[in-house]
Ligand binder design. Structure first.
Ligand SMILES: NC(=O)c1ccc[n+]([C@@H]2O[C@H](COP(=O)([O-])OP(=O)(O)OC[C@H]3O[C@@H](n4cnc5c(N)ncnc54)[C@H](O)[C@@H]3O)[C@@H](O)[C@H]2O)c1
Length: 497
């Protein structure tokens, strides 16, 4: 006979936190959100911690190099999507590791034989008025000069004038060596009263541009997530099929952590993948696994050597696994059970394995609830898809800006593989949908707002750290009638939120 659970499985919206005593020292500015990313032994420090408990989902519509940089700036980590060819994913990882705040790889470049008309077209396309003139017209070619709008006079010059005739030539430029620090670059900019400083290597090839106007935006962010070489940290998704190719390429590119990406992690494929990593790289390569929704699944992955375990099946906004396959579990119930299993495992073995709540976060307070229920960090897809930095298009629908957002189980996401494998792989049914989400602005503004709510609620619970919240939190189930009481009710709303 099948096993039946006594309790129904529940979602975050069915719970609330009851405040605890908060002392006058318990203020949001004192809250520390640092949290372990990977397993560690009792009394030891985890190999990797993140400074805020947020990671971005392993999805085409969420985690590319641009979002990864923006999130690392705030202290979290992105897992670059694996549903793309190995080389392209590795290139995204490399871009994050090469990224230097304030150092811009020029996106507006021409060769000297091009014309004023080409310059104007480029300026209109990129919105940038500083154009590098390189031998090959590329971003890293030999630098021959710079064109800005001070170099041409539209009323007096013919559109077919060649760039080499009006550019500011290399000999007249102020430039610096590629290795120049941001501080030194800004000093040169001030000293010479220029707006842009090109940095070139020994062969005079263009490496970066440093702009005067970026000076303020690139002051150090105190939470930023950086490695020992001061590069931003980044993770990458892998699968249980092509890991022998993908893992070495991602590590070579500089990935700081890997995560096996699957809707269902309680499977021998995940153990085989982790075994491969341990055999070839030992413990130094960090790899998360998942997703699971119960104690058994957690134990399996913990014993298999996973560095963290991801929790959640079917809770994502774009996920239709529950409808299609009839598997899954309410996110809160899954998380509560796995957190208990994690604590018991720690008691027994002295090894703490962080857990990540993946999916089902709709409101900011769901993050606080997930942490209180035992999650060490949360993985978010829809949340990040709404921001400027996500890889998808912003579209105007009936006067409102929206961003595209699609699931990894959708035909749209899975198509890459079918093309990649010569069209032989067939998608039998979809487990994700293609959708739009309201555009919400910059990642920085939104993450800071969300975390200010998390910090504030933590203080209401008398907690200054995530482990303290997990110990002190008092959580209640709410009845469906009291959920109505929690929203605005018995008033006529004057404007919509
Ligand atoms: N979290 C969720 O609720 C959820 C739900 C649906 C989809 N997704 C996402 O969709 C994407 C696809 O997930 P998925 O579960 O279809 O991928 P998957 O690759 O893990 O699994 C697909 C199927 O392939 C089998 N398989 C795995 N490795 C194999 C190997 N080496 N040889 C032969 N067979 C193998 C598995 O048993 C499974 O039946 C992922 O990005 C996943 O995160 C997530």
């Amino acid at each position: 006979m099948a096993f039946y659970y006594d309790e129904p499985s529940r979602t975050f919206s069915e719970y609330l936190l009851i405040p605890g005593y908060s002392s006058s020292k318990c203020v949001p500015s004192e809250v520390d959100l640092k949290t372990p990313l990977v397993r560690f032994k009792r009394g030891e420090e985890p190999g990797i911690s993140i400074n805020i408990p947020m990671v971005s989902a392993i999805m085409q519509s969420v985690s590319d190099d641009r979002l990864a940089v923006a999130l690392a700036e705030e202290g979290g980590m992105s897992f670059i999507y694996g549903s793309q060819p190995v080389e392209e994913q590795a290139e995204m990882v490399k871009k994050v590791k090469r990224y230097r705040a304030g150092f811009v790889v020029s996106d507006s470049n021409v060769s000297p034989e091009m014309t004023l008309e080409d310059v104007l077209r480029l300026t209109e396309k990129t919105g940038h008025s500083t154009i590098a003139v390189t031998e090959d017209g590329g971003p890293n070619g030999k630098l021959l000069g710079i064109v800005t709008n001070k170099d041409y006079r539209l009323s007096r010059m013919s559109p077919d004038t060649r760039v080499k005739e009006f550019m500011t030539k290399f000999d007249d430029l102020v430039y610096a060596e590629e290795e120049t620090s941001l501080k030194e670059a800004n000093d040169i900019i001030w000293e010479h009263k220029i707006n842009c400083l090109p940095l070139v290597n020994k062969n005079r090839e263009l490496a970066y541009l440093v702009f005067r106007k970026d000076y303020d935006t690139h002051k150090k962010n105190e939470n930023e997530l950086i490695d020992n070489a001061k590069r931003y940290m980044v993770g990458a998704g892998i699968n249980t099929r092509d890991y022998e190719m993908r893992v070495p390429a991602l590590l070579e590119a500089g990935a700081d952590a890997l995560c096996i990406d699957s809707s269902e992690g309680f499977s021998e494929w995940q153990k085989i993948t982790i075994d491969y990593i341990r055999k070839h790289y030992g413990e130094r390569v960090k790899v998360g696994a998942g997703n699971v929704v119960d104690e058994e699944g957690f134990r399996f992955l913990a014993d298999a050597g996973a560095d963290f375990v991801k929790v959640g099946i079917g809770g994502g906004a774009i996920c239709i696994t529950r409808e299609q396959k009839g598997i899954g579990r309410g996110q809160a119930t899954a998380l509560i059970e796995v957190a208990k299993a994690r604590d018991a495992y720690y008691e027994e073995t002295g090894v703490y394995i962080p857990i990540c709540s993946d999916g089902g976060i709709v409101h900011d307070y769901h993050i606080t609830l997930a942490l209180a229920m035992g999650a060490d960090f949360v993985m978010l897809g829809r949340y990040f898809a709404r921001f400027d930095e996500s890889p998808t298009k912003r579209v105007n629908i009936n006067g409102s800006y929206m961003k595209e957002y699609w699931g990894e189980g959708s035909a749209r996401a899975r198509n890459w593989q079918r093309y990649d494998m010569g069209g032989e792989q067939k998608l039998s049914f979809e487990e994700g949908v293609d959708s739009l989400v309201p555009y919400a602005g910059s990642l920085k503004d939104n993450v800071n707002l969300t975390l200010s709510k998390v910090r504030s609620t933590m203080c209401n619970c008398g907690a200054l750290t995530i482990p303290e919240l997990q110990k002190k939190a008092k959580i209640t189930l709410v009845s469906s009638t009291s959920i109505v009481e929690g929203g605005a009710h018995d008033v006529t709303l004057r404007n919509h939120r």
